[in-house]
Write a protein that binds this ligand. Structure first.
Ligand SMILES: NS(=O)(=O)c1c(F)cccc1F
Ligand SMILES: [Zn+2]
Length: 260
């Protein structure tokens, strides 16, 4: 099918050729301008019921490193806030920069973070599958968490220790018993807006929920992500996996709301 990436020829500025929705009216990521966000009193807290979550594996899909979860029942859901239904956790993955460079997708007041974690959920109340939900305007809910560099993160090593097993595109390995609650900051205050997948096919199906408080990880831990490769083991050109982020897209008049 369509080959896309983050390089000069196949990167974000070229995606519109195969995915015209790239120039649509609710594309992600965006620059969040805190003072322009609407404080909405009807916007309640979000709840992350992950206590019975079941992680399955960790994989290199050639674009990021992804941890997948059992999503055949409501064992791990996000609910509340802007959401009318509970949404099931399907996977989480990261976006990051090059050494010493920011790699978040969303920016805040024009400022990027070192990295951004996305926990991807789908509306299993209204849709029969993740694929169907991914094409529906209220099909997905992605919780975005910013990563800032500082001290070591006490639990991120669980993920970085496994990265050597998924160095090449198409590799995956068991990754059971990991609860992503250990990657949350102390506050669940958030911004929310209607947007899209930030990678092709760029479907405009995501209710974005971005936590205001970043988590702190060390440069060393982040550097481990850069050991991953975009290419498969069989390819002769080795391309370090880094700068796998889409830059902010036009707001096109959308409202960004802020939790209280
Ligand atoms: N980046 S993102 O969170 O928008 C995203 C999804 F939601 C779903 C699949 C891939 C992907 F990259
Ligand atoms: Zn993402």
């Amino acid at each position: 099918g369509h080959h896309w990436g983050y390089g000069k020829e196949d990167g974000p500025s070229a995606w519109h050729k195969n995915y015209p929705v790239a120039q649509g009216n609710r594309q992600s990521p965006i620059d969040i301008i805190p003072e322009e966000a609407t404080r909405d009193r009807d916007l309640g807290p979000i709840f992350l019921d992950y206590d019975r979550c079941t992680s399955i594996n960790i994989a290199n899909n050639g674009h990021s490193v992804v941890v997948e979860f059992v999503d055949s029942d409501d064992r791990s859901v996000i609910r509340g806030g802007p959401l009318d239904n509970p949404y099931r956790l399907k996977q989480f993955h990261f976006h990051w920069g090059g050494k010493g460079h920011d790699g978040s997708e969303h920016t805040v007041g024009g400022i990027g973070y070192a990295s951004e974690l996305h926990l991807v959920h789908w509306n299993a109340v209204k849709y029969r599958s993740f694929g169907d939900a991914a094409e529906a305007p209220d099909g997905l809910a992605v919780l975005g968490i910013f990563l800032e560099t500082g001290d070591d993160h006490r639990w991120l090593h669980m993920i970085t220790d496994a990265l050597f097993m998924v160095k090449y595109k198409g590799s995956d390995t068991d990754f059971k018993g990991f609860n992503p609650k250990c990657l949350l900051p102390s506050s669940l205050h958030y911004w929310t807006y209607l947007g899209s997948l930030t990678t092709p096919p760029l479907h405009e199906s995501v209710t974005w929920i971005l936590l205001k408080e970043p988590i702190i990880v060390s440069d060393k831990q982040l550097g481990m992500f850069r050991m991953l490769l975009f290419n498969g083991e069989d390819e002769d050109e080795r391309k370090r996996m880094e700068n796998n982020f889409r830059p902010p897209q036009p707001l096109k008049g959308r409202e960004v709301r802020s939790s209280n």
